[in-house]
Ligand binder design. Structure first.
Ligand SMILES: Cc1cc2nc3c(=O)[nH]c(=O)nc-3n(C[C@H](O)[C@H](O)[C@H](O)COP(=O)(O)OP(=O)(O)OC[C@H]3O[C@@H](n4cnc5c(N)ncnc54)[C@H](O)[C@@H]3O)c2cc1C
Length: 464
């Protein structure tokens, strides 16, 4: 039992041990340290985690450069003429490395400023209150009062395919980009898959996409998915719909992706984007008495506690929403709980209210209740939709694609959710996310005095 200052009732400072230095581990570390805990973070790779090394940062940096290329193609409609830009792959790699290094430096400095101890090595529980760390400095046993498992996930590799890091790739093999493939077949049309399709096609690579259903982005707003498909077709992406990949083999300089219906796609490279598996093996969970669920993830309570009351899990390894933003917020909630703050000001994390975005062109973002979900549950909703083609700023930007959709309760006007397709959707969704989290009504959005001309005017019109 600890107090708000991180001291146990016996007056001893709480020893809080964190395995994994990604967004979940970092946020928990800095916040718990600020609240008074003695924090140790063990990281086997680089601080910042997969999010900085392979996932969010490199993918979004490459997408931003690809986006600048597509934008430069659109400027002709804005009264400008310019030759087609060319990618300098070395400059792009330097840019990705520069941003990653800057972020790692900032996180390391932040942890050091809170006196968090960083230990490089691989951790494994040896008992419910100790871990052994094996690293370049040797082997060390560290004891703790409370621990957080924030070890993340890694790409799922199916039994029918063996990535070689050369032409048959996981998403992690794509950075730093050694070459831009002449052609690529992306297997998987979820969020990661479509972002890779968008990224490669922006750089001029010919792309095939294996889509297991009839529409990309299962579980997302079908109208948004249809607009994205239109963009893919405009870019010359070949969609193999209703097909499941069953084998990927090399054939000389080509890669052949074979599907269950007999179709095949040939390209210079293939990228697997079919989900991830948790990093929970070899953690010594038996020694700590921590249980895994049937999928190998760690089940947690709404306070992120595992079946052991002093051991928490946060981030992708908890099998909740695999988003950096969610991992970071879970880390914060863990710090609050471990330091005894939850009884005073803790609000439960509501995963249904997490905003998420897909960084394609146009961007797709959503939050809260989805239209299809409401219809399936029989809940009465009001759906209002405004296309960007009616919004002056979208015309000024020469990009009128997409829409804003707001879902509200017809009786009370409470904002329940929304989706946005279009330029800056990932930024604009914050307004609806705030409304959903703070239980605001559509009238609160309508009565906000917004900027003109701005894309956000579509939000006010949809709320009207
Ligand atoms: C291609 C791609 C793009 C993405 N883009 C976005 C995005 O734009 N926005 C977004 O919100 N999310 C994005 N995500 C998801 C995001 O990357 C994850 O949700 C996030 O990284 C999860 O953070 P985490 O702290 O749980 O784990 P991680 O970031 O995976 O960190 C876990 C850390 O634990 C370490 N570790 C594991 N085992 C041990 C051990 N035994 N001992 C010591 N250290 C250990 C690992 O080395 C790793 O550094 C993306 C994912 C992918 C695959």
């Amino acid at each position: 039992m600890t107090t708000r200052t991180g001291r146990s009732l016996s007056g001893v400072t709480l020893r809080f041990l964190i395995i994994g230095g990604g967004p979940a581990g970092n946020r928990a570390a800095t916040y718990a340290a600020r609240l008074g805990a003695k924090v140790t973070v063990i990281e086997r790779d680089v601080i910042g985690g997969a999010a900085h090394l392979w996932d969010c940062i490199p993918s979004k940096t490459m997408i931003a450069t690809g986006g600048a290329m597509s934008f430069s193609r659109r400027i002709r409609g804005m009264g400008l003429e310019q030759a087609e830009p060319e990618v300098d792959i070395h400059a792009l790699t330097d840019r990705i490395e520069g941003i990653k290094n800057q972020m790692q430096h900032d996180v390391t400095r932040l942890l050091a400023s809170q006196s968090v101890r960083l230990v490089t090595g691989t951790a494994r529980f040896t008992s419910p209150h100790s871990v052994q760390v094996v690293g370049p400095e040797g082997t060390e046993t560290i004891e703790f009062d409370a621990a957080l498992i924030a070890t993340g996930t890694r790409p799922r590799i199916p039994e029918w395919c063996e990535p070689d890091g050369d032409r048959i790739l996981t998403t992690r093999d794509c950075y730093p980009p050694k070459v831009f493939p002449e052609s690529v077949t992306v297997v998987g049309s979820g969020v990661t898959g479509v972002e890779f399709v968008h990224m490669f096609s922006s750089f001029g690579t010919q792309v095939n996409l294996v889509v297991s259903r009839q529409l990309v982005l299962p579980g997302k707003d079908p109208e948004a998915a249809s607009i994205l498909e239109e963009d893919f077709l405009r870019r010359g992406v070949k969609l193999l719909k209703g097909a499941r990949a069953v084998a990927i083999d090399r054939d000389g300089d080509e890669v052949v992706v074979r599907c269950d219906d007999g179709r095949e796609a040939r390209s210079s490279h293939a990228v697997l984007a079919i989900g991830s598996v948790p990093n929970t093996e070899n953690l010594g969970l038996d020694a700590a008495g921590v249980d895994l669920n049937e999928w190998g993830y760690l089940d947690i309570s709404h306070h992120c506690v595992t079946n052991q009351p002093h051991i928490y899990a946060a981030g992708d390894v908890s099998g909740k929403l695999p988003l950096s933003s969610v991992a970071s917020m879970q880390g914060r909630k863990v710090a609050e709980h471990v330091m005894g703050l939850h009884t005073i000001e803790h609000r439960h994390l509501d995963y249904d209210k997490a905003a998420s975005a897909i960084f394609t062109e146009p961007e797709i973002a959503d939050v809260g209740l989805a239209e299809a979900e409401a219809f399936a549950s029989g809940r009465k909703i009001r759906v209002t939709k405004v296309p960007f083609s009616t919004i002056p700023k979208a015309l000024i930007n020469n990009d009128p694609r997409g829409f804003v959709k707001i879902i509200s309760d017809p009786a009370t006007g409470e904002v329940l959710g929304g989706s946005i397709v279009g330029r800056h959707a990932a930024e604009l969704i914050s307004v609806i996310a705030l409304a959903v989290t703070a239980n605001l009504r559509v009238s609160d959005i309508v009565e906000s005095l917004l900027v003109h001309p701005a894309l956000a005017e579509a939000l006010a019109e949809a709320a009207e």
